[in-house]
Design a protein around this ligand. Structure first.
Ligand code: FE2
Length: 272
């Protein structure tokens, strides 16, 4: 199965990159499953129903979230009628929406998509390891699902790598999101789960993690907020991770994807 995970879409620049490139990539690379992190899609903060629909129309099979899940308040309501929108699993009981969903892939396969939030330098949510363990135990890879995708949204590399080890052999891929900077440690772990500490953003890299440079710089220099954070509006780099799985749902190939914008281009050589 051919899976593409696309990192955090930031603002209009990121949305434009996704909608202009994704339909072509699905055809060119014969993708079976596309998962997109959309928690920064609406002006950098949260997601609206219109944007969610735009992502699905562009070919995303599932959209994951993170610490900005509810920045657009409408998400608390429309998530209930958006079956492919997945918020962190380890929010308190009673939180709207779902933290994991069984998604029908483009090839008809069953893909379990899980989103969870890390806790180091993040909100103190429920234990993400215990929460993910319950999901994986309830739905063994190769039996309950043909592929399992884990989006682990967090700041600390150590916590994200620990989650990769924790899920090794039980998920097809574990992808770190949230820092907006792609790491170079994409690899297949010993029990054949594909992993990257952070997949990076789909946004304008002439920025401070996707935001126009002026206000972040001002806050570092003066410690006084003078305006809102606004997404940078230059051309975006689409950052992702390409993974090919076998009949058991385990990873056989992994490669970084970087297209457009200011970063050096990377494409999966195994999907010519
Ligand atoms: Fe985030």
């Amino acid at each position: 199965m051919r899976i593409l995970f696309i990192g955090d879409i930031v603002g209009r620049s990121g949305r434009t990159a996704l909608s202009s490139r994704l339909p072509g990539l699905i055809t060119e690379w014969k993708l079976d499953l596309v998962v997109v992190n959309g928690e920064n899609a609406a002006g950098g903060f949260g997601i609206t129903e219109a944007i969610y629909n735009e992502f699905i129309d562009a070919g995303a099979d599932a959209v994951t979230l993170g610490n900005h899940s509810w920045d657009q308040r409408e998400a608390l309501v429309f998530i209930e009628r958006a079956p492919r929108l997945i918020r962190p699993l380890n929010y308190p009981a009673g939180t709207p929406g779902r933290g994991a969903a069984m998604i029908e892939a483009k090839n008809g396969a069953r893909a379990l998509v899980i989103n969870a939030m890390a806790r180091i330098f993040m909100d103190p949510l429920d234990d993400p390891f215990a929460a993910i363990d319950r999901e994986l135990a309830a739905c063994p890879l190769g039996e309950g699902a043909d592929a399992i995708v884990v989006d682990f949204h967090g700041e600390a590399t150590s916590e994200k790598q620990a989650m990769g080890c924790f899920c090794d052999g039980r998920a097809s891929l574990v992808v770190g999101t949230h820092t907006h900077v792609p790491t170079a440690d994409h690899r297949i772990l010993p029990a054949r789960t594909a992993f990257i500490s952070d997949v990076g953003m789909t946004g304008d890299f002439d920025s401070v993690i996707g935001m126009n440079k002026d206000e972040p710089l001002n806050r570092f220099l003066r410690k006084i907020a003078t305006s809102r954070f606004e997404p940078a509006s230059g051309p975006a780099t689409l950052c992702g991770l390409a993974v090919e799985t076998d009949a058991k749902g385990l990873a056989g190939k992994v490669a970084p994807v970087r297209l457009g914008g200011g970063l050096e281009e990377a494409r999966p050589g195994f999907w010519p």
